[in-house]
Design a protein around this ligand. Structure first.
Ligand code: FRU
Length: 538
């Protein structure tokens, strides 16, 4: 089936077949980046969860390796679930992961590389004393999972966080350990947010408010904020907040309680979940992986034989310009795949216009675009559009004075299928212009079994800035970054017509009140090399 096989990606990480979910234990070791991931060896649906393993020199081209861990012990026989890696001070590695036991109780287990002289870290040993942690009193046996990377506390002990819930309050439990075998639960939770439900895949890390490099997980002190991220089991989205971590009291306090974890900012407003960062000591940066699931039906996933991809890893930094959010940006290495470049300068988009961009094969692209509006026109005629909302305000065909405008990707010539990614500017209740960044899936496919929502959120646009977006288009995926990565949206789309050479790109301006000037750079993207490592044993 040519339509289904077209959906496999060209430069995103995917196993050759079957189901994948969360990224696990990412790390850099002796010249190699390691990615482990939740994997079903037997089918394109969730189950039999095993740790897949792949390595890369550059985060773009990958080698598949043998499974790192399989569900073969009483304490993980129902699944080797999500976990994280920690480097100890002597350079050795410990891996903590959740096991679903023979009785489906969630416990934490310890594993470590069998041979630290092997840069590929092929063999993993499960500690004979597993499990190292069982659900504490008051915590449900199915509400205790996904240990974080450990950080060093001022008392010299390691701490790890584990997500859970009490009634409907999402919480972060913290344990202290010296040997990763025995642990002590700290009396108070590090943080709790009522109404957010079970917290999966907690991530906790420092960001510098001064420097542009990333920070190792244990770093704390002046000029540092801490990001707390949780994946909400109830609504399947990743939420984060910036705050301050007091290591003495083990309390994390959000900068803005109204934008607390689970009720404020999302890492990604599209199809994205169970993300995890790690510190890349090779290039002094913090990198973020996220799981991109499918939005078609399970029946179709079984038919095509695979389900899910991982994002292009994103570098994460604090946004020094706004002070209110982090910035996510695809790793520099992805630019190695850029080939033919087509540039469009000062294209004037009149109200209601649509301009095709002739970029050749448009199924694998990296697009950088900026849009400028005459500021006086903007201030003069700004509509009071109270409560614009990407999801509920009618998508790309709903016209206002100053939006929507942007790009249409994965569209056929006649636009029967199209995925518009756009800005919309409206006056909020405070009378100030708010900018929204949205991705409209409603016309992305004529297929019936596909979820077709409009995703998006507001994005800060500062004085003097153009509206800017970057899109990574890769067959059935579009990763969209606004204003250098302040707001991010990942789309899964399943065109039936706009595929192969029929896929096109357009600029559009559906605003009624203003012309827009666009500058666009489009690169065709080569495919990454993702293959089995020549071990002779696969
Ligand atoms: C998140 C999650 C984790 C769990 C794993 C199981 O997607 O549900 O909480 O450890 O996936 O595959």
């Amino acid at each position: 089936n040519a339509m289904l096989s077209w959906q496999r990606t060209g430069f995103h990480f995917q196993p050759p077949k079957n189901w994948m979910n969360d990224p696990n234990g990412p790390l850099y070791y002796l010249g190699w980046y390691h990615l482990f991931y939740q994997y079903n060896p037997d089918a394109a649906v969730w189950g039999n969860i095993t740790w897949g393993h792949a390595v890369s020199k550059d985060l773009i081209n990958w080698y598949h390796l043998p499974y790192a861990m399989q569900p073969d012990q009483w304490y993980d026989i129902n699944g080797v679930w999500t976990g994280s890696a920690t480097f100890l001070q002597d350079g050795s590695i410990v891996m903590l992961y959740t096991g679903s036991t023979d009785k489906e109780v969630q416990v934490q287990n310890l594993a470590y590389p069998a041979d630290l002289s092997d840069p590929l870290l092929i063999d993993w040993v499960k500690y004979s004393g597993n499990p190292v942690l069982v659900p504490p009193p008051g915590i449900g046996t199915k509400d205790f999972r996904d240990p974080t990377t450990a950080w060093l506390a001022p008392n010299g002990k390691w701490r790890i966080a584990i997500g859970s819930k009490v009634n409907k309050t999402g919480i972060t439990l913290v344990y202290e350990t010296t040997d990763f075998k025995s642990y002590e639960l700290l009396d108070d939770v590090m943080h709790a947010v009522p109404g957010t439900g079970m917290w999966e895949c907690v991530d906790f890390y420092p960001v510098s408010t001064i420097e542009s490099n990333g920070l190792d997980t244990s770093v704390n002190g002046p000029g540092i904020k801490h990001v707390l991220k949780s994946s909400l089991d109830d609504d399947k989205h990743d939420y984060y907040a910036l705050g301050t971590y007091d290591a003495i009291s083990n309390k994390w306090t959000p900068d803005n309680p109204e934008l607390d974890v689970g009720i404020g900012l999302r890492l990604d407003y599209g199809k994205y979940y169970a993300s995890k960062t790690f510190y890349d000591q090779n290039k002094q940066r913090r990198l973020l992986w996220g799981w991109i699931g499918e939005t078609d039906s399970e029946t179709t996933d079984i038919l095509k034989g695979w389900s899910s991809v991982q994002t292009i890893p994103r570098e994460v930094v604090f946004d020094k310009k706004t002070g209110t959010n982090i910035i996510q940006w695809p790793v520099k290495e992805v630019e190695k795949l850029r080939s033919t470049n087509t540039t469009y300068e000062k294209i004037v988009l009149k109200p209601g216009s649509l301009v095709p961009l002739d970029v050749g094969l448009a199924t694998q692209l990296d697009i950088v675009a900026t849009f400028d509006i005459d500021k006086q026109a903007l201030e003069a005629g700004l509509e009071a559009d109270v409560g614009y909302n990407c999801t509920t305000s009618g998508g790309s065909s709903s016209r206002g004075a100053y939006g929507p405008f942007g790009l249409v990707v994965l569209a056929d010539e006649s636009l029967t299928e199209q995925t518009p990614i756009y800005f919309y500017i409206a006056k909020g209740t405070d009378g100030v212009a708010n900018t929204y960044f949205c991705a409209d899936q409603t016309k992305s496919s004529t297929a019936q079994d596909v979820t077709k929502l409009v995703y998006g959120s507001s994005v800060p646009v500062l004085q003097g800035e153009s509206f800017s977006m970057r899109l990574l288009v890769d067959h059935s995926i579009v990763e969209s970054f606004a204003q250098d990565g302040r707001t991010v949206i990942t789309s899964r789309v399943y065109p039936t017509k706009a595929i192969y050479t029929a896929a096109k790109v357009f600029l559009f301006n559906n605003a009624t009140g203003v012309s827009i000037t666009a500058n666009v750079n489009v690169w065709n993207m080569d495919s990454a090399q993702i293959e089995h490592f020549p071990l002779g044993q696969q």
